[in-house]
Design a protein around this ligand. Structure first.
Ligand code: BTN
Length: 318
């Protein structure tokens, strides 16, 4: 955690003198560090003569020791970075360098956050949660079907626990509030798919984002927008880890089949008309649910058809 930002995160004024005293540096050094931080993080600072400095908007920084303690309690390692390209990419690098799963990679900012279908994932400093879990599948690819849908249930339950009972799932693994996306999941498998392999489960949750950017092409929301107050990102990360630990245990022991009905109950588009698209081709049908492998079941011209694959996307027909 950046010590200077940690002193300013509540959005209250602090004088250069008191900041300098807390950190054992001069006022000039505080001024210099803050100017650099503004450029690096994109955070907006106010400077008022006689009052000092404050962040234009309070933030909730991640507390790595707290996260390590909680993740350690469920047997997971924890790596934290102020700024990184992508937590999924870093998890892969750590695996290649010999780190043993399970472990979590998280950070304050991703500069090349990745979404599904080649999209980028907006990851501003200190606003949202960027979380990747490196997880071993003892039975290899046999445990992959439906995995990202089981993860979706864990993310959804963490958000409901935060106070968003109306959040729900959209196939394959988005979490929405109404028609607005609040979280997305990107799973990537490595190693010997026929034997023991590792998956990197990347999760992005819009926690405190208020303004977004023009890059966002889909309607979106955040926990802060829904709840009307700044949300503690550590609480979100800890709750997410607990839910993931329990849903992954069920998934790995019993398969997605054991979670399928719960997933359908929590799907926002169950029974609705939707179009599924891939490479410019669309098929329209009624959403019947999912099968034991997490494939979408769609009623098309009176017959059930099943769809699976990360490149597919679904949209509602109004
Ligand atoms: C989607 O397109 O809905 C999936 C978004 C996944 C974003 C997360 S943020 C943490 C992890 N690191 C990445 O680069 N992507 C995932």
């Amino acid at each position: 955690m950046n010590p200077l930002l940690s002193l300013l995160q509540d959005g209250k004024f602090r004088s250069g003198k008191s900041l300098g005293e807390s950190l054992g540096v001069t006022r000039a050094s505080i001024w210099k560090q803050l100017s650099k931080l503004e450029v690096e993080t994109g955070l907006r600072l106010e400077r008022v003569r006689g009052r000092g400095y404050r962040l234009s908007d309070p933030i909730s920084l991640l507390a790595p020791p707290l996260l390590s303690e909680h993740f350690g309690g469920i047997g997971w390692g924890c790596y934290f970075f102020e700024r990184l390209a992508s937590t999924n990419d870093k998890a892969r690098d750590l695996l290649q360098a010999g780190s043993r799963p399970p472990f979590v990679v998280t950070g304050e900012q991703q500069v090349s956050g990745r979404g599904r279908r080649g999209r980028s994932w907006l990851s501003p400093y200190g606003e949202n949660l960027y979380f990747s879990l490196a997880w071993s599948l003892d039975e290899g690819a046999r445990q992959l079907p439906g995995l990202s849908l089981s993860v979706g249930l864990a993310v959804l339950e963490a958000l409901r626990e935060l106070g968003m009972p109306n959040a729900g799932l959209k196939w394959p693994n988005d979490v929405l509030v109404g028609e607005r996306k609040i979280a997305g999941i990107l799973t990537e498998a490595f190693g010997d798919l026929a034997d023991r392999c590792t998956v990197i489960i990347g999760i992005g949750i819009n926690v405190n984002m208020m303004h977004g950017s023009d890059e966002l092409t889909q309607p979106w929301t955040s926990a802060r927008l829904e709840l009307g107050h700044l949300v503690d990102r550590n609480q979100v990360a800890i709750s997410l880890a607990r839910k993931l630990s329990s849903y992954l245990a069920v998934h790995c022991h019993c398969g997605f089949a054991a979670l399928r009905h719960e997933w359908e109950d929590k799907s926002l588009w169950q029974g609705k008309d939707a179009a599924i698209s891939s490479s410019g081709r669309h098929v329209v049908g009624r959403v019947l649910g999912v099968d034991d492998a997490g494939a979408l079941r769609l009623l098309v011209d009176g017959a059930e058809r099943r769809y699976s694959g990360g490149e597919l996307s679904l949209r509602l027909i109004q």
